[in-house]
Unconditional design. Structure first.
Length: 477
């Protein structure tokens, strides 16, 4: 039995933890109890992972970027500076037993042999828990760090990535499982007929092989990919075991889910072989009021920009662009001039009739997250509007039942196979989710109470793929 179904045959959701040491909220590092220097404290990183493992999360996710900018300190400190992910992953593997470990590596600025070697090595030392998050890199600043005159466009990056994956998969298979004889009596260490050169000659790569690491414990390391472009959807549907999604609404998530599953079928894959996990920021507390208070406290730690600052966008690193945090930005978005008001003053009821369609969507979203309403007993404030126009993915704020309801609705109505949980502050958000939400999901029978195996493939309900070279004669010994 796999972790995809329970003892009663009921489909089980999957949970990953996006590890940003300072939290996925811009001000997460300032929240009480957070560890501002956690990105470089390996014992802290290990402890957080152990909490996720005790809660039976499928995996911990380590992101990466190949460029930085000190200005990110004000917008995205977690992505500004952190440990190289394979190094961190090795230390995490040594302190855990079961949780999957996702490591980001960008093929645009690497070679297939290097990535195959790193991922296979991590899979061995973690005893089958490694995963490669393939990103082609949307950050043009990386080119200047890798002796490139320019960052390739998306078509060039995906042409490269498609062939890159083909080579890496072949290298993972270049040693058959029984290639190592290790007979101390006879002195026969390997069976050379079970070791294969790949002799790949393609448009971008010429790689002889074999890899200098035995076949990964999982056979093929779990592959993750994210993206919404046509090329990224195709790569995900053809190659990925897990697909990260970023849709903010359930309607958009359902459309994406259906699209990826149908594309996978075209490539001869079953729907349950491609798992789609949207990112989700979760703020949970014992009561709804307490959760909203945490949400408000986090946002209150974000400084406001002066209104006389020219209204333009702010870089958020890998999160793209965001507007200045002031009422001038709000005015531009909702179509009504609200400049000159105090941030914590209540918005008048008349505003709901004056705003444009986007303004109405923002007001509805603010009500969903804060339970406040324009003209209500607990009124929406101008600060709420400033927070409301911020670029956000999916967010849920509430008590354990409300959060579990949100997850279950997405899970059971064709929007998700699980979630990549974004902790706004660390370790507090991780602790709260593990303590409050996981038991509620387990009570409902839609999340495991124990791991059914040790490998990441076990958690995902995926079998070990057959070796493509099995039965072939070695190209050379």
């Amino acid at each position: 039995m796999s972790d995809t179904t329970s003892h009663h045959g009921r489909r089980q959701l999957h949970l990953g933890l996006m590890f940003w040491a300072t939290g996925t909220h811009t001000a997460g590092w300032r929240y009480p109890g957070s560890k501002a220097d956690g990105a470089y404290d390996i014992e802290f990183i290990q402890r957080v992972t152990q909490v996720a493992e005790a809660a039976k999360f499928d995996f911990l996710f380590l992101g990466d970027r190949l460029a930085t900018d000190p200005s990110l300190a004000a917008t995205n400190p977690a992505q500004m500076s952190r440990l190289e992910p394979f190094t961190a992953a090795s230390a995490i593997a040594a302190a855990t037993d079961s949780i999957g470990i996702v490591v980001t590596a960008n093929p645009t600025y690497s070679d297939p042999f290097t990535i195959a070697r790193l991922t296979a090595s991590l899979d061995h030392l973690s005893r089958g828990r490694a995963s490669w998050n393939l990103v082609t890199g949307a950050d043009a600043a990386a080119a200047a760090n890798y002796s490139r005159d320019e960052h390739w466009d998306a078509e060039a990056r995906y042409d490269w990535a498609d062939e890159f994956v083909e080579v890496v998969r072949a290298l993972w298979d270049s040693w058959e499982e029984d290639a190592f004889v290790r007979d101390q009596g006879s002195g026969r260490f390997i069976d050379p007929s079970r070791v294969h050169a790949i002799d790949h000659v393609g448009e971008h790569f010429r790689v002889a092989g074999p890899l200098n690491v035995a076949r990964p414990t999982q056979g093929q390391v779990v592959l993750l990919h994210a993206g919404t472009s046509e090329r990224s959807r195709e790569l995900a549907a053809r190659e990925a075991d897990v697909v990260f999604a970023g849709q903010a609404t359930i309607e958009a998530a359902r459309e994406y889910y259906a699209d990826i599953k149908s594309r996978a079928a075209v490539h001869g894959r079953r729907a349950d072989e491609v798992l789609i996990l949207p990112g989700l920021s979760v703020i949970v507390a014992e009561t709804t009021a307490d959760a909203v208070a945490v949400y408000d406290e986090l946002n209150a730690l974000l400084p406001l920009d002066p209104e006389d600052v020219v209204v333009d966008s702010v870089r958020f690193g890998g999160l793209g662009q965001g507007l200045k945090r002031n009422l001038a930005s709000v005015s531009r978005v909702i179509g009504v001039d609200v400049t000159g008001n105090e941030a914590d003053a209540a918005v008048p009821a008349s505003l709901a009739e004056e705003v444009n369609d986007e303004g109405r969507r923002i007001l509805d979203r603010i009500t969903t997250l804060t339970r406040r309403r324009v003209g209500g007993e607990a009124p929406i404030t101008y600060r709420d509007l400033i927070n409301g126009i911020a670029r956000q993915g999916a967010v849920v704020v509430g008590n354990p039942v409300e959060v579990a309801d949100h997850l279950q609705l997405w899970f059971e109505t064709g929007a998700a196979d699980g979630f990549n949980v974004f902790p706004d502050f660390v370790p507090g958000s991780v602790d709260a989710f593990a303590r409050l939400v996981v038991p509620e999901l387990q009570r409902r029978g839609i999340f495991r109470t124990e791991y059914s195996g040790r490998t990441f493939r076990d958690h995902l309900g995926l079998s070990v793929p057959a070796n493509r070279f099995a039965g072939r004669e070695a190209v050379r010994s």
